[in-house]
Design a binder for this molecule. Structure first.
Ligand SMILES: Nc1ncnc2c1ncn2[C@@H]1O[C@H](COP(=O)(O)OP(=O)(O)OP(=O)(O)O)[C@@H](O)[C@H]1O
Ligand SMILES: [Mg+2]
Length: 336
């Protein structure tokens, strides 16, 4: 894959936004509908070899959950899209590991779009209630049951994406385990122990930050879930420390119109902040999206430092001392 596909998004002829509230899925979904002249994006990935959208059997309602217009993912020949597709085809589930902002969520959206798979997304760090995840009664009588997100995914299929899976509460993780065995099913204890077979096209992707001595604030995923994941894919920043990726510099230039020189400083600063984040010295490492935001303010005529104050400095922390460290890194890099 090359970064040239960044420009070949599907051409949009018409865009309308509709809010779909489907009680069956117990969630409000904002859907962007668009007509396309062609779907150029898919040509850049060899996905059909593993995931063939012609094989899916979904209820038409959930096709609303297939992501659209996901930007291209830039990599250095790692073939992440194909490897995720292969893991899903072979094992139906896989894990993505990498620091914050390395594009894990981005690539899941891309795979879902290219494969034509509805996406159910849960951030496990947000302490979503068991009711929201599994379901609940909203009135008297059996017909007043509403499926939660995980139940809907199990019943209707698509990709369930569990972000920050290591933050998942133990009781939820325990209930997921039987679903994740090869011929999985789930038991709705809340609903007379109804047994729901895992839909034949129900795939699971979990993601999390790496756990290592140098990585602050992470905890390991529980052993039962770890055992049920067959494939683990590692993600990292394009540029980190002294390793600077020209493709990331080019992306910033292309997306914002800043000069090569400014883009180079931005990426070098980003790479240093990421290094310090990975060693636990800073609380946050910027994604390429964060650096692009900084560059956009510069491209509008603001100085490098003032633009940084509005974006990257405040983003890293509210703590004045830490903000001072970030400013120092920027000044030092700009003077080099
Ligand atoms: N290789 C890449 N190509 C294109 N865009 C990227 C790439 N990596 C990251 N990005 C962009 O950086 C931003 C952060 O990416 P994303 O949210 O997917 O990271 P993440 O790994 O899911 O982070 P977190 O662990 O915090 O959830 C997004 O705007 C994404 O589009
Ligand atoms: Mg994410």
């Amino acid at each position: 894959m090359t970064d040239s596909n960044d420009e070949v998004n599907p051409r949009i002829v018409e865009r309308t936004s509709t809010k779909v509230v489907d009680p069956k899925f117990n969630c409000n979904i904002t859907v962007s509908k668009m007509k396309r002249t062609s779907h150029v994006l898919s040509k850049n990935y060899d996905l059909k070899r593993y995931l063939d959208s012609a094989k899916w059997t979904f209820a038409p309602e959930i096709s609303e959950l297939i992501p659209k217009d996901t930007p291209a993912y830039i990599d250095n020949g790692e073939k992440y899209v194909e490897r995720i597709a292969r893991a899903l085809e072979f094992f139906r589930q896989c894990a993505l590991i990498g620091p914050s902002g390395t594009g894990k969520t981005h690539i899941v959206y891309l795979v879902a779009e290219l494969a034509g798979l509805p996406l159910w997304e849960i951030n496990c760090g947000l302490q979503t209630s068991v009711f929201d995840l599994f379901g609940r009664y909203v009135g008297l009588g059996k017909e007043n049951w509403i499926d939660g997100l995980i139940t809907s995914w199990c019943r209707y299929g698509g990709i369930l994406y569990l972000d920050e899976a290591n933050m998942m509460k133990q009781d939820i993780a325990t209930r997921l385990n039987p679903i994740l065995d090869q011929r999985g099913h789930m038991v709705l204890t809340e609903k007379d122990n109804e047994i729901i077979q895992r839909h034949k096209d129900a795939f699971l992707i979990i993601s999390m930050n790496p756990v290592s001595s140098e990585f602050a604030g992470t905890k390991p995923i529980n052993a039962a879930m770890r055992r049920r994941m067959s494939v683990w894919l590692n993600f990292d920043y394009m540029s980190v420390g002294t390793k600077i990726d020209q493709k990331e510099i080019d992306l910033v230039v292309r997306k914002t119109g800043v000069s090569q020189k400014d883009a180079e400083i931005i990426i070098k600063v980003g790479a240093e902040l990421r290094k310090q984040y990975k060693t636990g010295e800073l609380p946050y490492g910027p994604s390429v999206g964060d650096l692009i935001n900084w560059a956009k303010i510069i491209a509008d005529g603001t100085s490098l430092l003032d633009a940084a104050d509005e974006t990257i400095v405040s983003l890293t922390s509210d703590d004045h001392e830490i903000q001072g460290i970030v400013r120092k890194i920027i000044k030092k890099t700009a003077e080099m």
